[in-house]
Write a protein that binds this ligand. Sequence first.
Ligand code: TXA
Ligand code: MG
Length: 371
Amino acid sequence: MKGRRPRPLDDGDSGEVRVSGDLSWAKPIENRRVFYLIQSATIAFMSIISNCTASAMNDAATTLINGNLVAFPTETVYGLGADATNENAIARIYEVKGRPTGHPLIVHISSIEQLDKWARKIPEYAIKLARSFWPGPMTLILPRTKLAKDFITGGQDNVGIRVPSHIYALALLKEFNTQGGLGIAAPSANRFGAVSPTTAKSVELELGNYLSRNDQILDGGHCDIGIESTIIDCLQEKPIILRPGAVTREMIEDTLGINTDFNSPIVEGLQIKASGLLESHYAPKAQVYISGIPAPGDGLIALETLATPKGVVRLAAPKTNTEFARILYEALRLADKKSLARVFVLPPKGEGIAIAITDRLIKSAFNTSKF
Ligand code: TXA
Ligand code: MG
């Protein structure tokens, strides 16, 4: 896998890129620059995406151990991974995402047995939740151990932990453990404020220009769930849902036999206490509307039971709420691919995953909604 990638062009190393033609007009130093420019351009056109073969997974774990980045599939969305104990690697996540520094990252671990390496004073209810929903689309915020440094937690005394259920995410985590790694920090693999990617191709479109030749993107197909994990604050006597997701409030309440609070909406890199502070997130370039009537030339995403008005560009017509969540982000990306100025999305009604879909859509429609 690595053999396919060009080697660095050091002095005395011509790399794998061959340039034909007479370059005698260039002085030696400029000559190198020309080579470098041509090589950079070539790299920009070369894909760093690989299939999740056993050898690619081994390479990916080594890539992480070496302090580079690996974008990988999870059951929710693709994550941009780095060794959670390596400060320089974590700094690159912020750089590649364009995310303001100092905001906490979720640490992904391979099993519940790894939890006490990262978290301590774990309340009984959190253990129950972990046993019920891990591996799966749930992140628990817990008091941190010394292993979770300030560069992961944003200086807070707590840390977000998740055991993903995607087979390739788990395989990568296990191989990373085998090679001596303890946890993979991974935000969604998109630029700050943009739509989370649910395919490897979308990761490349989002971050391809920012990743280096030593980084890697693992292609595990389309993410099954399609929206980010449920985040639960486990720092209080009772759990508080900070970000709704596929582990729903009903599921949590059924498991614990108590009522849970649904608190401040959480947006990437910023915990907010009041809706007046909401920022635009999960947003495509097209303006998102969650109310109103689309005009000819506008995009539309809605359950298939809603007919497409004449001249409106139907971007997706999911049959169920689950399918709605799965296709939502790709459908928003399609609006941009078609250069649409406006996209109307009718969020599904009801409880369960519909709450999470509506939560994301309110944030992506921030610029067009009144709060
Ligand atoms: O499904 C997911 O959770 C995906 C996949 C890749 O696992 N990850 C993800 O990460 O959505 P990210 O960084 O894009 O969103 C996580 C949110 C951010 O708003 C972050 O600030 C917040 O969770 N967060 C992480 N750790 C936290 C902590 N210790 N306290 C409060 N908020 C935290
Ligand atoms: Mg995100």
